[in-house]
Write a protein that binds this ligand. Structure first.
Ligand SMILES: *Cc1c(COP(=O)(O)O)cnc(C)c1O
Length: 359
């Protein structure tokens, strides 16, 4: 039985995508082989790679002047890749600290450049984002890094920070392709695919061309944006099956009506769940209302001793992976692109029934 999987990542994939992958698993495009078994240098796979990039450019409206790189090592590798390519050991980079993932990015960047924390929301328990216009930006920073959606805390920026001429770098791992975006506002966007876009193993990097070609000496080739761009992200063997599934997901996104339609659906899903939480005296979401995430909705039960029972009964009802991150506890429902509104409705119905019996 297919379940509604609320995992934070790897996450649910569209059933249509899984069905198509199964249908052509043993014989991809008449090759007599699975897509996993063909050469990444052969014509059919090179065409797939070109299609993947073209779909990404079309769906995300990526302007000319930006390169699209398909890298490995997840978003975590880019915690190092960004300073290695965009900063020197002596230069300063601004970081906004809004939760676990920004903190991890900061920790890694400190190994490669000077880090200046231009906003720190830890005093709020990471339940807020800095107000627009309040960033204490360093003078002459190499870039400003932030995390538009904090996957663990469920905090999201409702605006794009204005950094003037300093390149803005965004870890969009849990938000890229979940709604329309204006790529031109950013110097660099990176995102692990395993939330909204495909299986784990692919990190998408969208980078303005003037930021390429400055990797410092000693940068590993697979993290050097110029080297990867020149080789079409095939400096080494790419995760071919992951690229294939990602291309199927992108076609699915197009068929859904693109990012405008997905954005509407994702907003409606999140609103319905927050309304149910706020309207109950039993469930609670700790995040300031203006910056609640559409993608990751943490919530607690009035009686934490019921957490285990809640998770077990939910799983039995086909609603899985609702446990909050081990660092914060409670519950978390992740509502990425592939989660249908019906899944959110089923969760809300379950929550009401659980409250009726235990509240
Ligand atoms: C999931 C996630 C990461 C880590 O991604 P990996 O692919 O595991 O490296 C980093 N940042 C954010 C915001 C995430 O949601």
């Amino acid at each position: 039985m297919r379940v509604f999987n609320f995992a934070a990542g790897p996450a649910m994939l569209p059933l249509e995508v899984l069905d198509q992958a199964r249908e052509e698993l043993e014989d991809w495009q008449g090759s007599g082989m699975s897509v996993m078994e063909v050469s990444h240098r052969g014509k059919p796979f090179v065409a797939l790679a070109a299609q993947l990039e073209a779909l990404l450019r079309e769906i995300a409206s990526i302007p000319s002047g930006y390169q699209v790189l398909l890298l490995q090592g997840g978003a975590t590798a880019q915690f190092a890749g960004v300073p290695l390519n965009l900063a020197t050991a002596e230069s300063t980079a601004d970081y906004l600290n809004t939760g676990s993932w920004s903190a991890k990015a900061i920790g890694e960047a400190k190994r490669y450049c000077r880090v200046h924390v231009a906003a720190d929301e830890s005093a709020s328990g990471y339940h807020t984002v800095p107000a627009p216009g309040t960033l204490a930006l360093a003078r002459e920073a190499a870039y400003v890094h932030y995390t538009p959606n904090e996957t663990i805390g469920g905090v999201e920026f409702p605006y794009v920070p204005d950094t003037g001429s300093v390149p803005l770098v965004a870890d969009m791992s849990s938000t890229l392709l979940s709604r329309p975006l204006d790529v031109a506002r950013f110097g660099l966007i990176y995102a692990g695919a395993q939330k909204n876009i495909g299986p784990a193993g692919l990190c998408i990097v969208i980078v303005r061309e003037d930021l390429i070609g400055h990797a410092r000496a000693g940068t590993p080739m697979v993290l050097d944006y110029q080297a990867m761009a020149e080789d079409g992200s095939m400096l080494n063997t790419p995760p071919t099956f992951v690229w294939y599934i990602a291309a199927l997901v992108l076609k699915w996104i197009k068929a859904q009506g693109g990012l405008a339609a997905l954005g509407e659906r994702n907003r409606a899903k999140a609103e319905a769940l927050y309304q149910a939480i706020d309207g109950s005296g039993f469930y609670r979401n700790p995040v300031a209302k203006a910056c609640r995430s559409w993608m990751n909705v943490p919530f607690t039960l009035a009686k934490p001793e019921l957490d285990k029972g809640f998770l077990a009964e939910a799983a039995a009802a086909g609603l899985t992976n609702l446990a909050g991150h081990r660092s914060v506890g409670g519950m978390r429902a992740s509502l990425y692109n592939a989660m249908p509104l019906a899944g959110v409705r089923a969760l809300i119905d379950f929550m009401r029934e659980f409250e009726r019996r235990h509240g």
